[in-house]
Write a protein that binds this ligand. Sequence first.
Ligand code: SF4
Ligand code: SF4
Ligand code: FES
Length: 347
Amino acid sequence: MAIENAHLTTLQGAYDVELMEVTLRVRRYAGEGSRPETRSYTVEVATTATLLDALDVVKDKLDGTLAYRKSCRMAVCGSCGMRMDGGAVLACKTAMKPFVDAGHVVTVSPMGNLPVIKDLVVDMAPFWQKVHAVKPFLDTGGVDDPETEWRVTPRQSALIAKESLCIMCGCCVSECNSMDSDPDFLGPAALAKAYRFVGDVRDGDARERLKELSGAHGIWDCTRCYFCNQRCPKGVDPRDAIAKLGGEAFREGIARDEGAKHAKVFVQSTYKGGYLRETELVPKTIGPIAAIQQLPFAFQLARAGKVPNPLAPHKAKDNAEVKRLWKLLEAQAPKHRERATRAPEGA
Ligand code: SF4
Ligand code: SF4
Ligand code: FES
């Protein structure tokens, strides 16, 4: 159905704007007690239109009841996160032309892992609760002298460059596997924010932060699915931030969580033999007593041929090479967390 669009027709006349017809399948939901349904809308938009532009035309011309969030229209405010074809995107950063050219009708739905209020609008309260839980502000540890200033080198500043780009849009949270099974998991956005301060050389509270983050629902509950890195529209790479938090926790000797022990066995067994020694993984992660309780399950696995021979673990052909790499990495890793220096203002 061709839709009359007076605004675009005027633009076309004045500036020779090229138009295209785009169809969107939009998940509609009127709120508690109503049944979600999908409706199709076809509108005419400029060939440069984003998903947000198309939704604006739908709302303006076809259905004023359609609800979604937006503000800056330039991938800065983080308001317009929603799912397109099942994956979170920023609507204002997603061009429609490639889909129109491919003859593909996109389906637009609200972000995942957050309660839906209406149509494409989700309740961000659980998202903000988690961000607030990681103390999202600098704590200099009592250093407060107006006569001096922090000196942060470009290299030190680069440590948190990616995490500082976060616009709190929630796209990563929408696709987080771990949050899907454990809604209390802190999640990629809050953990990337946490690293933003743990990695800040001016912060004096990193150790306490890391202790908190290493507990239940924290850094070790990430399943490493990498969907957060894939969906983040700003290149924050939250999974990488979580890995950095794990590394910092190890450096501080905070490794009591089973997740931390699990990671440690991986490192140790690749060092010893170049491969993962699966039979050592469970007892060294959960402890010998808990491992004994898992013996019936281990026997089931053994019967299915899924337990390697513990007496003859696999070993890489050139394990010396693995060890050399391992030592090289260890030598390169900083032994202590750096702190920024302070100097008299203007000096
Ligand atoms: S890598 Fe971890 S934090 Fe990122 S989406 Fe997967 S489970 Fe969530
Ligand atoms: S990490 Fe990326 S996807 Fe997640 S909230 Fe920040 S900007 Fe959005
Ligand atoms: S409207 Fe601000 S990020 Fe899309």
